[in-house]
Design a protein around this ligand. Sequence first.
Ligand code: FE2
Length: 375
Amino acid sequence: MNATIPKVYKEAQDFMPLNGTDYLELYVSNSKQAAHFYKTAFGFQSLAYAGLETGLKDRESYVVVQDKIRLVLTSPLKSGTAIGQHIDKHGDGIKVVALWVDDAVYAYNTAIERGAESFMPPTIEEDENGKVVRSGIYTYGETVHIFVERKDYKGIFLPGFRKWETPHFSPAPTGLRFVDHMVGNVQLGDMDKWVNFYEEVMGFVNILTFDDNDISTEYTALMSKVVSNGNGRIKFPINEPAIGKKRSQVDEYLDFYEGEGVQHIAVATDDIIETVTQLRSRGVEFLRVPDTYYDAVTDRVGKIDEDIAPLRELGILVDRDDEGYLLQIFTKPVEPRPTMFFEIIQRKGALSFGKGNFKALFEAIEREQALRGTL
Ligand code: FE2
């Protein structure tokens, strides 16, 4: 792996500056209940709604928000729709990773010129609060990036959505702040293809590489490369399976998602102990490493601000790199298929992704796979 991570990702060519993640749209089988889950379990707040009452005939979306994270939960209202077909094939999962740009026409034209496949030509949507321009391209699998230009818009989300208010039910936030990184799982042999896509089409740079020696246990292995845009706000690790004695978590994902897609969304918090305490009390299930992990943790990472006892109690992992350290924990999959899950991460200087935890973590995943009969 690369010895150091560039503090400024100098090589990235920010020809389509990305200001951050605008929203994530999940296609789900029951948008109303999914919204309830993300509010109750994760502390998201009601934000916006579009459906029959706003003039839509074929689908319904609830939008929930927590600090800078917006989730759009969309379900079809009838059979035979593209959304329904997506859910039938993949189960609940992420369809859209929307990126906030200053100019959605320019971003689209640049991406298309550089070889991207079109999902949605630039489209202007307007209401009494102004206008939004959106455009979209395909990435791995059936996942898409939508560029969102909202500088002329003052509404709560997008034109066509009305405010969604639930005054009698507003669980408190859990301290989730923004999307730190988002990981894609791709087919064996396709990792470099998608790294090249992000480099050539989007101007990202490959900031880290993990080979199957970095990410392996006795039984399974995977490979991963991390690409980042120039300002570092968008970071996409791309995983592919590697040959091991047994089937890796990436193989399991590809089998159950029936193709390539988003594996996990890492969300940042400023206080992981408080956040995980809240999430756990609301029913979010986390992966656990063996208790012996904590016997060696201080020797491995040195002195940290937190007491080890609450980390051990909650199952929070720690890792250190040249810049500092990080705390992280992973949920179990949040839908019936063993596909997408969340990572909660608190960075204390570290810019990396927890390489020191990979082995313990992947052994924990293997134990879950064994229970599912998919190892
Ligand atoms: Fe991660």
